[in-house]
Design a protein around this ligand. Sequence first.
Ligand SMILES: [Fe+2]
Length: 283
Amino acid sequence: MDAPLLCFGGPYSNRQALEALLAEAARLGISPARMLCTGDVVAYCAEPAATLDLMIAAGIPTVMGNCEESLAGGAADCGCGFEAGTACDLLARGWFAHADRQVTPAHRAWMAALPRRIDVTLAGRRLAAIHGGATSINRFLFASAPDAVFAAEIAGTGAEGVIAGHCGLPFTRLVEGRLWHNAGAIGMPAHDATPRAWFSLLTPSPEGIRLEHRALAYDHAAAARAMRDAGLAEGYAAALETGLWPSEDVLPPAERARRGQPLAPPPLFWPSQDGHSLPRTMT
Ligand SMILES: [Fe+2]
């Protein structure tokens, strides 16, 4: 690929957010073929079937998330790995049953056929797009994880960099010259007390890749209203409006401490291999 790549994670059954992202991509002149979704198309919000229909119609390359794995396989829960009895676990039971009722056999077949990894070459760099971790689809990897954890996870993919999802918060880390990039989620805000969702743009050049986190404004009030109309638990509907998650069960202490602070992740430049510019033909 030699043009910008738009990355996003977690549509989470939020039709309004996905529609806004598709409109933003069109405004930027980025076709669905140059977009990449890191999975969890279906989760917390009200419209799993409509969200799947939009994704399928758009043809966006998509990595299987744990939610797709669970729904396609007829599992009893979302497979997020929440501890039994926690707030996340109890809330997940509600939306999973709602999604399980809505999805059709064709939706399940699409989810079952999703790849667990998509390889992308950008500016000569080999990137692996996955959902959670290199070997565990539901591993939560947040920005505060130690360098050694990211180094091992990246090494586990055999790629030079990783585009991941699952944790729901946008961040980019460079560890020993290797990349870990999480575009965040479009279907749920980032626990920063704003209703904004997040996606990212990866722009290649002969010198390397510019990674830019971008906020997405969308009709979050309509998405919350749809959740209430569907009879879903209040926690996630309120989160769409307040920008604060209903539970911090999965968050490490560092991310808990940043609760309610509006995010402003700076752009980051990942130089081409060994710091040398690549010939333009190789980008
Ligand atoms: Fe996930």
